[in-house]
Design a protein around this ligand. Sequence first.
Ligand SMILES: [Zn+2]
Length: 383
Amino acid sequence: MTGAERDARTFEEAVNALPLIDHHVHGAFRVSLNRVAFERSITESDRGLAAATTSFDSQLGFAILRWCAPMLELPPHSSPDEYLARRAELGPEETNRRLLGSSGVSHYLVDTGFATGDLLDLQGMAASSGGHAREIVRLESVAEEVAVGASADGFAKAFLDRLHGRLENGAVGTKSVVAYRHGFELDPARPEPGAVTRAASAWLAAIDAGQRVRLTDPTLLRFGLWSGIDAHLPLQIHVGFGDSDLHLARANPLLLTEFIRHSEPSGTPILLLHCYPYHREAGYLAHIYPNVSFDVGVAVNYVGTQSAQIVAESLEVGPFAKQLFSSDAWGPAELHYLGALLWRRAFSTVVGRWIRSGDWSLTSALRVASLIARENAERLYGL
Ligand SMILES: [Zn+2]
């Protein structure tokens, strides 16, 4: 074995043993899932499955049968029926314990703002995984919580009081889903207080008239974003790939360029989440603007064995000190487990190739692995 080959193998072992900080994730299901529910939670589509198709016929489905089956004491490449029968036999608690407990994640930074009814809460995630869990506060959810019962004049104060209460209670960052609610073609400037009150007045009147409580008003969305900037904690922004609530073209992070420029003097870190298929655009923004970092979570799961390609592309112009690990898992603990496993495999494959060719030293490779696996998150979130 050559020295470079030995280094590449040492590197692979080190990456497998690295404790990860999953900086954007949701809870795991604490309930049992029938086949339809499971299949619906391994696709980002919220439409019914097309006739005669199964979500298992996908990179993610194949990755579950390959990598999660052995965790349930089944052979790799078991059938979906065998897999789901064994999963049902073990039950949600044991399935979560095995999959979360084996992912090597020391900290989950959990977005608590979306469809949490059937999911483990922070304590549940910590207990099932044996790690730590901290909260990320979703700005639009805070607005929706205080909208019921607020007056137009009192909305801004009620929102800020609720937000700061959550942040003082141990949350480590904020998150915006403006991509889902409007898209990034927003006026980048901070809205005037009068404009916020007028927008709140119109929104609260619509809620009184029976409209569903869902924040889509661009002025109030901007107010939320700027409140995140003012909080001086990392502001996560959903970018790219997501369900059909999203118009993908309006979730291109380049549309955030003016907002990034406006918010730059604050020094508040902006974390572009997921980013696929705009991870190269995100890498560019992280390259140019000191306050921008990014991840390729969720894509790594959905592209399965192609994840080495996504990770390689993220390591083009994206600075190494401005990339973080995330799974963006929501629901089945398979997604939490695979997010970690596929990222480790992808990172080892890509960087291992550069060690073998002599382009990267083992020392530099180990340092970059540690930055992306946890040190960048420790620094940005103050963990
Ligand atoms: Zn997410």
